[in-house]
Design a protein around this ligand. Structure first.
Ligand code: FAD
Length: 390
C-alpha cells in the first residue's frame, strides 16, 4: 500500500469524477514533494516558508473555485475540498494560508467587489503574486465580532480608518488586507487595505505552540487614508463577513480530515512495525480498538464532507450544516491525532513523526473561524430557533 494513499473504507473514490481524482493526485504529489519534507523543520523554527506561496499559485490552489476569467480554477467544491484535505495532510498551517487566500480574500472580492476590484486583484492573488489576509477579530471581540471597534469616517476623497485587528493569519506578510470596520452610521463594511498606506502597520505574534509554520499577527490602523474605490460595495453588515467564514469552515472540514488521515496512516504503519512483548503492537486488542475507531471516525468524516460538498455545488449547503461539519471533523481529527500519539508511545511526541505537530495545529483549527462551542451554538439555534450565544 502506498503510505500516502487515503484510507477509503467506504469506496468514496467511486463517487469522485476523473477531474476530482486528477486534482487530488496533483495536490497530493505536490504536498509530498514540497510540504511534507519541510513542514516539521519550519514549524520547529516557527518560520513561514514564504517560497511556497508562488508554488501554490502555480498548482492552482489559490482561487480554485473562482471563474477562470479572473485567473481562478473554475473547479467545483469537491475538488476544492480535496485540495484542502491533501494540503492539511502536510500541515494545517499551510492549509490555513490556502483557506485565507481563497475563502477570506478572493471570495469577498469576487462576491462583494466591483468589476474593477475583481480585475485588479483576483488574477494576481491567484498566482500568489499577491498574498492577502482577513481582519475581523479584535483583541476585545473574538466570538462576538459584532462588537468591533475598528471604524472609518467618510472624508471628501478617502475613508479615514482607525483601530486594530488581532490574531490575523498572514498579518505581517500580506500585501492586502480585507478589513471589517464600522462606518459613520455604525454599519459594518468591508475595505481592501493595501500594504504601504501610511499609518498601516503590523506586528507578529510570537511564542505560538500551534500553527508554527504559519504567521499570525496584528493589523494596526492609525489614521489610514483608504481610497474610496477600495470599499466592497456589496458587503453590508456582519453577515457578509460571516459569509466568508462559511466558505472557510467548509474548507476546514475537509482539511481536518486530511490531518486525521495522515495521523491514522502513520499510526497504522508504526503499529505493524513496532515490536513489544515479542509481537507487533498492532496485534494487541487495545491497539486494534484505537485503529478501528480512528478508521470509523475518518470514514464518517469523509461521508459528511462529500455530501456537504455536493450540497454546496448546488448552492444548498446551510450555515448550520457547514458548522456541523467543521465542528465534528475538527473534533474527530483531534481525537484521531491523540490516539495516534498514544500508539506511537514516546515517538508520538517526537518531531521525527508528524503527530504532535498535527495535534498542536488542530488546537488552533478548533478555535478559529468560530470556536468548537460557537459552532455547536449555531446548531443549537438551528434546532430550537433560539440563539443561545446572544
Ligand atoms: P473568545 O471569543 O474570547 O472565546 C473564549 C471562549 O469562550 C471560547 O471557548 C468560546 O467558545 C467561549 N465563548 C465565547 N462566547 C460564548 C458564548 N456566547 N457561549 C458559550 N461560549 C462562548 N481571526 C481573523 O479575523 N482572521 C484571521 O486570519 C484569524 N486567524 C487566526 C489564526 C490563529 C492561529 C488563531 C488562534 C486565531 C485566528 N483568528 C483569526 C481569530 C479567531 O477567529 C478567534 O480566536 C476566534 O473567533 C475566537 O475568539 P477569541 O479567541 O477572542 O475567543
Amino acid at each position: 500500500v502506498d503510505s500516502f494513499e487515503s484510507p477509503d473504507f467506504y469506496c468514496l473514490d467511486d463517487l469522485l469524477t476523473a477531474e476530482h481524482k486528477l486534482v487530488r493526485s496533483a495536490v497530493r504529489n505536490f504536498v509530498k514533494r514540497e510540504i511534507t519534507p519541510i513542514a516539521e523543520e519550519y514549524a520547529q523554527r516557527a518560520e513561514f516558508p514564504s517560497h511556497i506561496v508562488p508554488k501554490f499559485g502555480q498548482i492552482g490552489v489559490f482561487g480554485a473555485t473562482i471563474p477562470t476569467e479572473y485567473g481562478g480554477g473554475g473547479l467545483d467544491q469537491i475538488s476544492y475540498g480535496l485540495m484542502t484535505q491533501e494540503i492539511e495532510r502536510g500541515d494545517s498551517g499551510m492549509r490555513s494560508i490556502v483557506s485565507v487566500q481563497n475563502s477570506l480574500v478572493m471570495y469577498p472580492i469576487w462576491a462583494f467587489g466591483t468589476e474593477a476590484q475583481r480585475q485588479k486583484y483576483l488574477p494576481r492573488l491567484a498566482t500568489g503574486e499577491l498574498l492577502g489576509c482577513f481582519g475581523l477579530t479584535e483583541a476585545n471581540h473574538g466570538s462576538d465580532p459584532g462588537g468591533m471597534e475598528t471604524n472609518f469616517i467618510e472624508r471628501s476623497d478617502y475613508f479615514l480608518l482607525n483601530g486594530s485587528k488581532l490574531w490575523i493569519t498572514n498579518a505581517n506578510i500580506a500585501d492586502i488586507a480585507i478589513v471589517w470596520a464600522r462606518n459613520d452610521q455604525g454599519k459594518v463594511r468591508g475595505l481592501i487595505v493595501e500594504r504601504g498606506l501610511e499609518g498601516f502597520t503590523s506586528a507578529e505574534i510570537k511564542n505560538k505552540w500551534s500553527l508554527r509554520a504559519s504567521t499570525t499577527g496584528e493589523l494596526i490602523f492609525n489614521d489610514v487614508q483608504v481610497p474610496k474605490e477600495n470599499i466592497l460595495p456589496e458587503a453590508f453588515g456582519l453577515k457578509s463577513a460571516l459569509k466568508c467564514l462559511e466558505q472557510a469552515r467548509y474548507g476546514i472540514s475537509w482539511g481536518a480530515l486530511g490531518a486525521a488521515m495522515e495521523c491514522y496512516e502513520v499510526a497504522r504503519r508504526y503499529a505493524l512495525e513496532r515490536i513489544q512483548f515479542g509481537k507487533p503492537i498492532a496485534s494487541f486488542q487495545l491497539v486494534q480498538k484505537k485503529l478501528a475507531e480512528m478508521l470509523t471516525d475518518i470514514t464518517q468524516g469523509q461521508l459528511l464532507c462529500w455530501r456537504l460538498g455536493m450540497l454546496k455545488n448546488e448552492d444548498r449547503a446551510t450555515v448550520a450544516q457547514i458548522s456541523m461539519a467543521k465542528r465534528s471533523n475538527v473534533e474527530m481529527a483531534l481525537r484521531v491525532a491523540r490516539e495516534a500519539r498514544q500508539i506511537l508511545g514516546a515517538m508520538g511526541i517526537s518531531g521525527d513523526y508528524p503527530i504532535m505537530r498535527h495535534l498542536m495545529n488542530l488546537e488552533s483549527v478548533s478555535t478559529y473561524e468560530g470556536t468548537h462551542d460557537i459552532q455547536l451554538l449555531i446548531l443549537g439555534a438551528e434546532i430550537t430557533g433560539i440563539p443561545a450565544f446572544k
